[in-house]
Design a protein around this ligand. Structure first.
Ligand code: NAD
Length: 291
């Protein structure tokens, strides 16, 4: 059994990006610049944003963190995005989700210039993904593809079962795995909350991508021996014995499933780190596209 280690794989991506930035600096060019907007102070969002900013610094990107109050009017955020769209020095814009209730997330996603949409959520970029055109791939599915590539996981002809159909994870993941590409060419079944016989479908999966947000949902009796397991889930589960009062749980019951799988991602230390690698790669791409 191989542990698909996001720390090692993401470090490899970051080392390559760091070298590319160093080359740009040596050539007298400016560094790629990512702008991150956070609205309010949701604990998990704060952690993700801090990690994105830290990773930018590690590889030599410039980053700007913009903090807005949770009570702001939607228009304040839209105006902020417009300013960043028009700022020639900004290559990538990321608005950390979820947003407070008074703000329409879809409107916000569509307000970002598709050329700076390094999260890959804009309908223009999703449309390009569907058609197999070069685009910004949503950072988490992109990160998972980078992980499969790093560990040279053979995907061609395999049956991949994706649990979850969200616009940011499940759906783009199903498109990438079914695409005619080196780490695609799977036959994909996409499952969701109305799927009947989920267990039977999972048992047919050579690859299972669990992205439903239900801690330890995928158990050993749902997994065929030798399957490759990608656990996207991140849920904070209260635990009085933990220092922070909670533990991070994935969507897979790790110990029992690992005993049956041929490869598995840990949580934490798996897909989450690859998501950041995907985001950083998209930001450098945005920089080059705009230069
Ligand atoms: P979401 O809530 O938008 O979507 C969940 C999906 O799971 C839905 O499509 C729903 O139909 C499906 N689902 C729910 N219950 C189900 C069930 N019992 N059986 C089958 N399908 C079911 O969530 P999301 O934004 O896609 O995120 C999913 C998980 O991944 C969350 O835990 C989230 O925190 C995590 N996540 C992690 C990363 C990362 O970087 N590792 C990035 C994004 C999201």
């Amino acid at each position: 059994m191989i542990v698909l280690d996001g720390k090692i794989a993401s470090q490899s991506v970051k080392d390559s990006l760091k070298q590319q930035v160093a080359d740009l600096m040596e050539a007298g060019k400016r560094a790629p610049h990512l702008a991150v907007i956070i609205v309010g102070n949701n604990g998990a969002s704060e952690t993700y944003v801090a990690s994105k900013v830290k990773n930018c610094a590690e590889i030599g990107f410039t980053s700007t963190l913009i903090r807005l109050e949770s009570e702001i009017d939607e228009n304040v955020l839209l105006l902020q995005i417009e300013a960043l769209n028009n700022d020639a020095g900004i290559d990538g814009i990321l608005v950390q989700l979820p947003l407070p209730k008074q703000i329409n997330e879809q409107k916000v996603i569509e307000a970002i210039d598709p050329a700076k949409d390094v999260d890959g959520f804009h309908p223009v970029n999703v449309g390009k993904l569907v058609q197999g055109l070069p685009t910004f791939i949503s950072a988490t599915p992109f990160g998972i593809m980078l992980l499969l590539e790093y560990y040279k996981i053979e995907t061609k002809g395999k049956h991949a079962v994706v649990i979850g159909r969200s616009n940011i994870v499940g759906r783009p993941m199903s498109i990438l795995l079914s695409s005619n590409s080196k780490f695609g060419n799977c036959t994909v079944t996409i499952c969701h909350s109305h799927t009947a016989n989920l267990k039977e479908i999972c048992l047919q999966g050579d690859i299972i991508v669990a992205a439903l947000g239900k801690p330890e949902f995928v158990k050993a009796d749902m997994v065929k021996a030798g399957a490759i397991i990608i656990d996207v889930g991140i849920t904070r589960v209260e635990d009085a014995t933990a220092k922070k009062g909670f533990r991070i749980k994935g969507d897979v019951a790790y110990d029992e499933v690992a005993a049956k799988a041929s490869a598995i991602t840990p949580v934490p230390g798996g897909v989450g780190l690859m998501t950041i690698a995907g985001l950083l790669k998209n930001t450098l791409q945005a920089y080059h596209d705009r230069s």
